[in-house]
Design a protein around this ligand. Structure first.
Ligand code: HEC
Ligand code: HEC
Ligand code: HEC
Ligand code: HEC
Ligand code: HEC
Ligand code: HEC
Ligand code: HEC
Ligand code: HEC
Length: 426
């Protein structure tokens, strides 16, 4: 929308007082005094060069120090007015599910709200995704007025730079740490090491060094999606009988299959709705084939396929350990040695618990036993490292922080189960 349209859409008083440019200048004049860094940042942007100014995004309903709450805080739809293509591919990708998946986890709202909605916990990373008007209203009523734009998570405001988003550091804040250390794995792999060497000028600037974006947002697309995804489970089940049984055990502990009947539960619908797992061969293969094509830009196709197949195979082996651990804990539930915590979907271990409390609703999780915590950590931290480390070509994460820790967890779980049984005289 151009400035003339804005001026026309604005209130009669505004039209009388300002031409479009005068309006934009008034924002800049006043904000140069009260928040100079912000104006400076806009000045270095392409937007400023192209005359896209404060009013284009924030509207013209605010013009004094008192009425600032009338300023529009632009969501993704505002960006879409000029960047429809990026909006569409973003809307179709998995980042668009960030806020929904977060809220689908029942334990989320047991943690302090400042961390969740306020953006220093789950919500700091999961605020990706186009919110409905109702969701935005709810946020604002709670006092959380900002963070309703996903685009500024990679192109931070107000420089809104393309180059910044092409830098793998744009992904670091969220793709790091406890359960998804992709930044750490990539940056200490040969792929990452080469990128840093290039930055230093130690390798020529055209040397091959794949970044997160090369593999996950190729050719300018904003659609991000992988074959396995985060949970590392999928359908159809593998042909191997043991591997199939192990995956079923994990699906039960994710609450997706009923532990008694083996039938799908309502959690499966939630998983389906946000594409948390691929439920048929075709949708999995589609993402895998895309990735193989990317590896083949720099490696032989055969080599790349062997590498990714080996990743799948490690996943199955990790699942053997995982299922053994789940079955050990499940037997304690069955024998009444562990009592079902209030928030659990079944009398069975539940891997999607995040051990939350805000101090006030401790009763909802107080039944959680230590052995359960070891089990959750085995899944969320160590199994993640074993397979994610493999796919990101990082030997130390895959082996020492991943596989090795899983074997240690299993040993600890078996030992704990023995002593719990002994205490209960079984
Ligand atoms: C006379 C000074 C003045 C003018 C002119 C002005 N602003 Fe502001 N603006 C403020 C003040 C003061 C605040 C509140 C700042 C704070 O909380 O520190 C503010 C806040 C804002 C906010 C944040 C709103 C929020 O909900 O937190 C936006 C966005 C904004 N201004 C944009 C604009 C735009 C766009 C224009 C021009 C149409 C403009 N401003 C003109 C003084 C001004
Ligand atoms: C390309 C669109 C765009 C332009 C141009 C733009 N902004 Fe913003 N601005 C945003 C977005 C997006 C947010 C974050 C909204 C949210 O958090 O929900 C924001 C937030 C703000 C805020 C509140 C949050 C904060 O960091 O203080 C202020 C104040 C603000 N802008 C002022 C300005 C001023 C002044 C200008 C002109 C110099 C300007 N903006 C130009 C998109 C824009
Ligand atoms: C009024 C139209 C308009 C709106 C609204 C708008 N942009 Fe832009 N944007 C442009 C133009 C024009 C350019 C420069 C030409 C280009 O690169 O497409 C640009 C460029 C960009 C670039 C590339 C910058 C670079 O370094 O090359 C990014 C990223 C971007 N915009 C993001 C956003 C985001 C995010 C929003 C919403 C908060 C937004 N834009 C809102 C018009 C707009
Ligand atoms: C540091 C940023 C960060 C924090 C904090 C965070 N997450 Fe995440 N979360 C992510 C990222 C990044 C992914 C995708 C990881 C992957 O695919 O490997 C993710 C994935 C997920 C998924 C799986 C989504 C899918 O489609 O498979 C769920 C569910 C989830 N997070 C819930 C939570 C909850 C609940 C919390 C708070 C207890 C939380 N997250 C805290 C960044 C974060
Ligand atoms: C996960 C990070 C990420 C998010 C979120 C994101 N972008 Fe981007 N964006 C990128 C990357 C990476 C590029 C560079 C693509 C390339 O190399 O051509 C880019 C490029 C762009 C460009 C420049 C296109 C060109 O070639 O000049 C625009 C415009 C843009 N994004 C708009 C948006 C809008 C609008 C949103 C929100 C709907 C958004 N982006 C959200 C990562 C992101
Ligand atoms: C503000 C936090 C944030 C930033 C920045 C971010 N991501 Fe994400 N990313 C997430 C979250 C949260 C998810 C999980 C979305 C969901 O709930 O389904 C995710 C999911 C993904 C997935 C999908 C995994 C799957 O399930 O198949 C990929 C791939 C990905 N991100 C790549 C990137 C890349 C590459 C960048 C940088 C250009 C980036 N992300 C920047 C938060 C972020
Ligand atoms: C050389 C290509 C490559 C690079 C570079 C790369 N990844 Fe990946 N990534 C993969 C492969 C392969 C998978 C597994 C795909 C599958 O499921 O088949 C994957 C999976 C993921 C997932 C899903 C969960 C997981 O870890 O398996 C996320 C999220 C992700 N990558 C984010 C990132 C981020 C963020 C970066 C940069 C810090 C990055 N990746 C760098 C190839 C790459
Ligand atoms: C943009 C080019 C590029 C892409 C894309 C790329 N790689 Fe690489 N890869 C390299 C380079 C360069 C090296 C370091 C030189 C070497 O060891 O061959 C490397 C190293 C490796 C290594 C380590 C080899 C060793 O000897 O330690 C593996 C394994 C690997 N890549 C697998 C993959 C897989 C799997 C993909 C796709 C998911 C992929 N690469 C995508 C360029 C790339």
């Amino acid at each position: 929308m151009n400035k003339l349209t804005y001026a026309l859409l604005g209130s009669a008083a505004t039209v009388l007082l300002f031409s479009g440019n005068a309006m934009a200048d008034s924002c800049i004049d006043c904000h140069t005094k009260i928040s100079p860094g912000q104006v400076q940042d806009w000045k270095v942007s392409k937007h400023s060069q192209e005359d896209v100014s404060c009013v284009d995004c924030h509207g013209d309903k605010h013009s004094t120090a008192e009425d600032y709450k009338n300023a529009r805080l632009p969501d993704e739809h505002v960006c879409a007015e000029c960047h429809q293509e990026q909006f569409d591919s973003f809307a179709d990708g998995k980042h668009n599910f960030g806020w929904t998946t977060l809220n689908a986890i029942p334990a989320t709202h047991l943690a302090p709200d400042e961390l969740i909605e306020g953006g220093r916990g789950c919500g700091g990373c999961h605020n990706m995704g186009i919110k409905s008007d109702a969701q935005k209203k709810e946020q604002r009523e709670k006092g959380y007025r900002y963070q309703n734009n996903s685009c500024d998570e990679c192109h931070t405001r107000h420089s809104f730079s393309k180059k910044e988003a092409q830098n793998p550091r744009a992904c670091q804040q969220c793709h790091m740490g406890y359960d998804h250390p992709q930044w750490e794995m990539w940056s200490s792999s040969k792929h990452g090491e080469r990128w840093f060497a290039k930055q230093n000028g130690d390798l020529p600037k055209d040397a091959a060094a794949p970044t997160c974006q090369v593999c996950h947002l190729p050719d300018g697309t904003h659609h991000n999606e992988t074959a396995w995804g985060f949970l590392g489970v999928r359908l159809p089940l593998p042909d191997d009988k043991q591997a199939a049984a192990d995956r079923v055990t994990i699906l039960k502990a994710l609450g997706v299959l009923d532990p008694e009947t083996g039938k799908p539960t309502p959690i499966l619908d939630a998983v389906k709705a946000v594409r948390m797992a691929k439920l048929d061969q075709e949708s999995w293969q589609k993402e895998r084939d895309k990735m193989l094509k990317i590896c083949s830009q720099c490696h032989s196709a055969k080599y790349a396929k062997e590498q990714l197949d080996a990743g799948d195979s490690v996943m199955m082996k990790a699942d053997r350990l995982m299922a053994e651990a789940i079955n050990t804990v499940a037997a304690l539930y069955k024998d009444g040695i562990i009592k079902k915590p209030a928030g659990y979907p079944a009398n069975f271990p539940f891997l999607l618990t995040f051990m939350h409390t805000n101090g006030e609703n401790w009763d909802k999780v107080k039944g959680l036993s230590y052995i359960d915590q070891v089990l959750v950590q085995m899944y969320m931290k160590h199994r993640m490292r074993a397979y994610q480390g493999f796919f990101h070509v990082n030997p130390d994460y895959a082996y020492w922080y991943g596989w090795n820790e899983m074997t240690k967890d299993l040993g600890e779980i078996q030992e704990l189960a023995r002593s719990m049984r002994a205490t209960h005289g079984q």
